[in-house]
Design a protein around this ligand. Sequence first.
Ligand code: BG6
Length: 483
Amino acid sequence: MVSRVIPVEVFDLVIFGGTGDLARRKILPGLYRRFLSGQMTGGSRIIGAARADLTDEAFRQSVAEAIDEFVPEERRDPKVIADFLAHLHYVTIDAKGEGGWDVLKAMMRPGVVRAFYFSVAPALFGDIALRLKSHGVADSEARIVVEKPFGRDLASARTLNATLAQHFDERQIYRIDHYLGKETVQNLMAVRFANILFEPIWKAQYIDHVQITVAETVGVEGRGAYYDKSGAMRDMVQNHMMQLLCLIAMEPPYHFDPNAVRDEKLKVIRALDAVRPEDIVRGQYLPGGGEGGYVEHSENPQSKTESYIALKVNVSNWRWKGTPFYLRTGKRLRARASEIAITFKEPPHSIFDDARGWRENVLVIRLQPDEGMNLMVMIKEPGPGGMRLMQVPLDMSFAGVLGAEAEDIPDAYERLIMDVIRGNQTLFMRGDEVEAAWAWTDPIINGWEARGDRPQGYDAGSSGPEDALMLMHRDGRRWREIR
Ligand code: BG6
């Protein structure tokens, strides 16, 4: 059963960059679905704000097209769409000038939650924050939502944090990492902290290693200009993968409360060892399957940007000393598959003669597709063959448990936007977390740049570069298959 929809308070949500790609693909279709579910209620308004000179009508039309394109047909109800569109407005605004701001100010209603989504290039964050305040658009309870990339290194992240802090308190700033909005990612916390079963053995003494995989089949088509300055390290590891690692490695917070959770995550980031150059593999996809290779998408034939990363990192604290975390992520890989696999140690002594097929317990937390969890356990092979062992999965796939209702689960963006309206920062990154993550990432990237390292080519549609396999083989371990 899917939990009951609890409507959020009435809100005015202004989306800067309201006609942009993210707004069209994720934010607006997501808000439509929340409207459809009854979570966004009648009095709320969504105001698109961008440079283009559009009427409300033209904006509504473009949102109707986005819904058509990005919401599955069975969720498109013409009557509800028409009703939803009536809640949409548009303001032409000049982020770097004064045009449009007073119009926006006049639209704000007292006593209604105000949220401002910065779905624009980070270079505009400061201008928008300043004008929201100088024109009196944002009140002291207003919330601002900022997207990644949050900086490209520690220095730029600090500058961004300092710029936002000039106008807004930390309690008003919602830094989105959409991985934290994924259903299974939150379930990871439920599994760890709502059961007695796992926590006692959630430590180096019982866990051999942890693997975190985020494999994608897409390449960087159409995003080459952004991606080439970023690469997998900045695009995925510094944020999404780091957050996953934190949720696995953190100590139990005293309460499921924004600062308690974020304090614990921050401690994990600070405990990460520097990564040795030999513990990291960078890859770049080659042409394949009738598609161009990375360099053809990047606009730079000499590009040294990585589209794949595999690395080993240690969390240097009492709980994790001796249990390595292996992370890998890449584009144009064999399958789209994101999962966390916790591999437990073997029992200290086997009482059984049958050692064939002997395997460790593995808890696999599957993020996508087929969200769910699987615990691999050893049992007796059924039948008369004596005490022979086999490994079976204790499978808990969400679709299996929830049936058709699984489709009602909000996607990451929907959930996070509703959390902004509710004023709950638990699933958003705090400024110090982001900075700590960059402080760990910077020396790695600087090292490549100083040495002029080139990523290793890997075939599109494969599971990544050869050297990535070695990273684990060397330690007597192996990656789980990507499928
Ligand atoms: C984004 C990255 O943050 O996450 C993309 O910029 C990546 O490069 C995407 O493709 C992956 O998100 P998801 O939800 O599809 O796993």
